[in-house]
Design a protein around this ligand. Structure first.
Ligand code: GDP
Ligand code: MG
Length: 180
């Protein structure tokens, strides 16, 4: 099964995007930065294929954003075939975006989702994020669903080819043990 991880600094809309893609409210969305408490993983069908999505937002939740981003990146690298870095199109590039980009650049196939492009034409602001040096940038609105199919298509193209689906995938409990 192909796995795509969603990374990015707090409050850019990772959980909203994750919920939009997997189709229901599993990940907590809140105005308060860093509200996602857990790493959330969900399998969602896209066409005939089942795809695993990971919202890394809750990893290493602490006041230390740099440490949190470090952990997000580690998990994304360890578990995903491709990574979507979410940024806020209204803010432009901020230092924490650069920090995440730096952790992942060259280590995993990655693309940028410039979120909160809520209105037609807003995605023109996405071009500026090319400066992060992560390749493809897509303007999306997790809130309204704009650009999300395009994002999924591009993220899948970054993954390797789809493997054979196990017809009856057994229940698997995944346990990550982390610590300093
Ligand atoms: P996370 O911390 O990256 O997981 O961000 P959340 O998904 O919790 O969202 C943070 C805030 O941004 C919430 O208030 C969301 O409602 C808001 N938000 C998320 N996506 C969008 C979007 O596409 N457009 C707008 N206008 N707001 C959004
Ligand atoms: Mg979140």
């Amino acid at each position: 099964m192909r796995t795509i991880a969603i990374v990015g600094r707090p409050n850019v809309g990772k959980s909203r995007l994750f919920n939009r893609i997997v189709g229901h409210r599993r990940s907590i969305v809140d105005d308060q930065a860093g509200i996602t408490r857990d790493r959330v993983e969900e399998i969602a069908k896209y066409g005939d294929e089942r795809i695993r999505w990971i919202d890394t937002g809750g990893i290493g939740l602490s006041d230390d954003f740099a440490a949190m981003i470090e952990l997000q990146a580690e998990v994304a690298i360890a578990s995903a075939d491709a990574v979507v870095l979410v940024v806020d199109i209204r803010d432009g590039i901020v230092p924490l975006d650069k920090l995440v980009a730096g952790k992942l650049r060259g280590r995993k196939p990655i693309m940028v989702a410039a979120n909160k492009a809520d209105h037609p034409g807003a995605e023109s602001g996405a071009a500026e994020f090319s400066a992060l040096g992560l390749g493809e940038v897509v303007g999306v609105s997790a809130e309204h669903g704009r650009g999300v199919s395009e994002l999924i298509e591009k993220a899948l193209a970054l993954c390797g080819p789809a493997g054979e689906e196990d017809e009856e995938e057994p229940f698997v409990t995944r346990i990550s043990i982390v610590g300093r």
